[in-house]
Ligand binder design. Structure first.
Ligand code: NDP
Length: 498
């Protein structure tokens, strides 16, 4: 794909940015009831590019009421599944028709390279909508055989109800749609709370939802802060399920906040994913994979391979390779066509990542490359960073940094149980990567690793047909695949005495 921007999408995006951004409730655009707004900043420049409505508990309440009405008496769950699927397909087409503009908005808001935004926020979003549209009408119950004679029994899978979707800023639109699409496919209605740092593509999503003709209240979008807006959604007694992606700390607070009405909770949280490279691996591919796995989207990726374990025989070669790639990476504004790594999302995230590097240094880590903010740029640019001389007791090895920082550590062992123990030595369990040509080693180790995903020799990271989610403190439940759609349903057992 040609990443060169024609002036047209930039003009469209600029026109969009300059318009007032409101809340999308019950099919209408309304200001926050408080009248408050907040600044939206372009992380590549540090400049304010727009103002978004600061929704709070009162707006969330209206949005939940609209979603409840669309669920109970509105047409959505009772519509023929094919009619729901048709609207989802229309929305996918609307994204594609406005693709360059949508990707430009995502780049301006989040900082990611335009090419990445086009891939994640347009192609990925369209793919997600079409994939889940395919499940509409196909998530059904069963007719189990039971022990008691003279009974006819069956189960129904029914939509769980009103879903609160709370999403982060690292892939704003892709995250939002990966929750909305399965929920809509099975007949749920939704209130979306995007991240305060990246609310703009969610507003554009609302416009496209309106344009393609979704009934009012089926999707409602309330921009605003985690507290009060997100918190109010989590605690709202008329919300049936919260689907959250973000930090483990907030995930835990959501579990507590959801207890009031025992709403269902799905959590896609952080990770500290291992990359394990064996001496027999294709080292060029493994090194490319290790570098891409931590520097993509400036490391602001939940599945980022942030712990690099390389067998001691090839440690120097692989680490030198990652360092070389880090040095060559073009860091810059996502709108420049040759940019490979954009800025971090905010000043706060830049300080957080820098703070981790400082803590690593204080605990004895060696900065092999990077480690500094990129000088001479106004935005929040961080150098791609490789740390060596790290160990399991350091914060940089234990905690999710969410930046372009990898900790390289040699493995001085050939025993798979011990290697698995090293890989599993983390509170997280989201993803993992194995590089070897020995299929026996690969599959044996894959079974021993406690993570929701194991990628062998660069295997697929995300596909909407594949369950996605984590073990341990990486979350609860799975997104995507059949599991991802079923997660928005309740099961009802019906028994008939014959
Ligand atoms: P958060 O977990 O704080 O934010 C994620 C979403 O939750 C945002 O929409 C946020 O709103 C909302 N939120 C915040 N507090 C509450 C609350 N009390 N109740 C309900 N919703 C709430 O992530 P951060 O933006 O603070 O990022 C911090 C760290 O989290 C990162 O450095 C990274 O380690 C991790 N993270 C992990 C992600 C992943 O994909 N697993 C994604 C993003 C972050 P608001 O934006 O207003 O705060």
């Amino acid at each position: 794909m040609n990443a060169q921007l024609s002036p047209d999408p930039m003009h469209l995006a600029t026109t969009f940015l300059s318009a007032p951004h409101k809340l999308f409730i019950n099919g209408e655009w309304v200001p926050a009831r408080s009248g408050k707004t907040f600044d939206v900043i372009n992380p590549a420049t540090g400049q304010v590019i727009a103002k978004a409505a600061a929704g709070d508990a009162a707006d969330i309440d209206l949005a939940v009421k609209a979603a409840r009405k669309a669920f109970e008496s509105g047409p959505w769950p009772s519509m023929p599944p094919s009619a729901r699927a048709k609207l989802m397909w229309k929305l996918a087409e609307a994204f594609e028709a406005n693709g360059d503009e949508v990707a430009t908005i995502e780049t301006l808001d989040n900082g990611m390279p335009f090419r990445v935004a086009r891939f994640a926020a347009v192609n990925g979003v369209a793919e997600c909508l079409r994939y889940f549209a395919g499940w509409a009408g196909k998530i059904n119950g069963e007719t189990p055989t039971i022990a008691a004679p003279n009974h006819h029994v069956y189960t129904l899978r029914e939509p769980v109800g009103v879903v609160g979707a709370i999403v982060p800023w690292n892939f704003p639109l892709a995250m939002a749609v990966s929750k909305i699409a399965p929920a809509l496919a099975v007949g749920c209605t939704v209130v979306l709370k995007p991240a305060e740092l990246t609310p703009l593509s969610a507003v554009r999503l609302g416009q496209l939802i309106q344009e393609v003709g979704f009934p009012p209240g089926v999707v409602n979008i309330v921009t605003g802060f985690g507290d009060p807006a997100g918190k109010a959604l989590v605690e709202h007694p008329d919300v049936d399920k919260i689907s959250f992606t973000g930090s483990t700390v907030v995930g835990k607070s959501i579990v507590a906040g959801a207890a009031g009405n025992l709403k269902r909770v799905a959590l896609e949280l952080g990770g500290k994913s291992p990359v394990i490279v064996f001496p027999d691996a294709d080292l060029e591919r493994a090194t490319d994979g290790a570098a891409d796995g931590i520097f993509r989207n400036a490391g602001q990726v939940c599945v980022a391979g942030s712990r690099l374990y390389v067998h001691k025989k090839i440690f120097d070669k692989v680490v030198e390779g990652v360092v070389e790639r880090a040095k060559k990476l073009k860091v810059g504004s996502g709108l420049e066509p040759d940019t490979q790594m954009g800025p971090l999302v905010s000043q706060k995230q830049l300080e957080r990542v820098s703070g981790y590097i400082d803590s690593g240094k204080q605990q004895g880590a060696e900065v092999v490359v990077g480690g500094q903010r990129v000088e001479g740029k106004a935005g929040y640019f961080m150098q791609p960073t490789v740390l060596a001389e790290t160990n399991r007791d350091m914060r940089v090895v234990r905690e999710e940094i969410f930046g372009p920082v990898v900790c390289a550590m040699p493995i001085d062992d050939d025993d798979l149980d011990r290697i698995a123990r090293i890989a599993n030595d983390t509170d997280y369990g989201l993803s993992s990567n194995i590089w070897t040509r020995d299929i026996s080693v690969a599959h044996k180790l894959a079974k021993k690793i406690r993570a929701g995903m194991v990628r062998i020799n660069g295997g697929m990271g995300l596909d909407y047909a594949l369950p996605f989610g984590g073990y341990k403190q990486s979350g609860w439940g799975r997104e995507n695949g059949r599991e991802g759609a079923e997660a928005y349903t309740e099961v009802k057992s019906i028994t008939v005495a014959l």
